[in-house]
Design a protein around this ligand. Structure first.
Ligand SMILES: Nc1ncnc2c1ncn2[C@@H]1O[C@H](COP(=O)(O)OP(=O)(O)OP(=O)(O)O)[C@@H](O)[C@H]1O
Length: 256
């Protein structure tokens, strides 16, 4: 199991937990959606998974075999290299080309052989359909293209786990759908993906395991979605229109 949480309390500040008694499990190759209203705790949960937020109170709290309760901060960089992390705002290095963004990560993770580095960069750029953008600067790319490069960066070291915090949050619906397709493709190669999202129509179209953050707790709600999901051929369903998208998004927003 890549993530094994039992009765985990997640805090942003000392007094009240953002999420209490969290049971959350991720196995090899799973595709997991994390949904919930703004401020419900999705990012906080993901931050514990990528070692950004400490966990002290838990019955069980392991990520990639490491107990979060005894994690030494000095071990975090090497552990984080074993997973890919993708953000809403891409977070590419703006002062260098796509190729150099990717080379930077490989060098930082111990790759030395120039030919091997070149080969791996070409492979991941090919995987995300961006082979012709290697020499572009990030600002010369569209949002969707930048997110593809961020995904290429996340898969460079063939991680077992990718954590994506609202990876489609800054993208139009069509581009968002292409990014989900790409992440689905990555998960079919054996990498587990956990992604938070407000993009509800895509959950019906591309079913996965679904957890919802609400009222300070995390619940698995996969069955609620599978009941609504297409019977067999998800690909053949019509693209939800923008109005559907907005309506579903509104349901996710706070009513106060
Ligand atoms: N650095 C922080 N310090 C203190 N409180 C924080 C911090 N970050 C988040 N919080 C609080 O923790 C709660 C959960 O926030 P979190 O960012 O996890 O929600 P979210 O579900 O990811 O929201 P969104 O959909 O807007 O990304 C919120 O009440 C938020 O205000």
């Amino acid at each position: 199991m890549l993530v094994d949480y039992k009765k985990v309390n997640i805090y942003q500040q000392a007094d009240t937990p953002v999420l209490s008694d969290v049971d959350f499990h991720v196995d090899e190759g799973e595709f997991i959606y994390l949904i919930g209203r703004v401020g419900s705790g999705k990012s906080s949960l993901l931050k514990t998974v990528y070692f950004e937020l400490d966990v002290d109170e838990a019955e069980e709290a392991t990520v990639l075999g490491h107990d979060l309760r005894n994690l030494k901060r000095k071990h975090v960089p090497s552990l984080r290299r074993q997973m890919g992390v993708i953000f809403q705002d891409f977070q590419l290095l703006g002062d260098r080309t796509v190729y150099k963004n990717l080379r930077f990560v490989l060098k930082a993770t111990g790759w030395k052989d120039k030919k091997q580095i070149d080969k791996r960069i070409n492979e991941v750029l090919n995987d995300v359909g961006m082979l012709d953008k290697a020499q572009k600067m990030p600002h010369e790319l569209s949002g969707g293209e930048q997110q593809r490069i961020a995904i290429a960066r996340a898969i460079l070291n063939k991680p077992k786990l990718i954590v994506a915090d609202e990876p489609t949050g800054n993208l139009d619906p069509e581009t968002a759908e292409n990014i989900i397709k790409l992440l689905r493709y990555v998960s079919q190669t054996g990498t587990s993906v956990i992604m938070s999202t407000h993009n509800m129509p895509l959950l019906d179209k591309y079913p996965g395991i679904v957890y919802r953050c609400a009222n300070g707790h995390l619940h698995e709600v996969t069955d609620d979605f599978n009941r609504m999901a297409p019977a067999d051929d998800a690909e053949s369903q019509e693209q939800p229109n923008d109005a559907d998208n907005d309506a579903d998004l509104r349901q996710e927003l706070p009513t106060t």
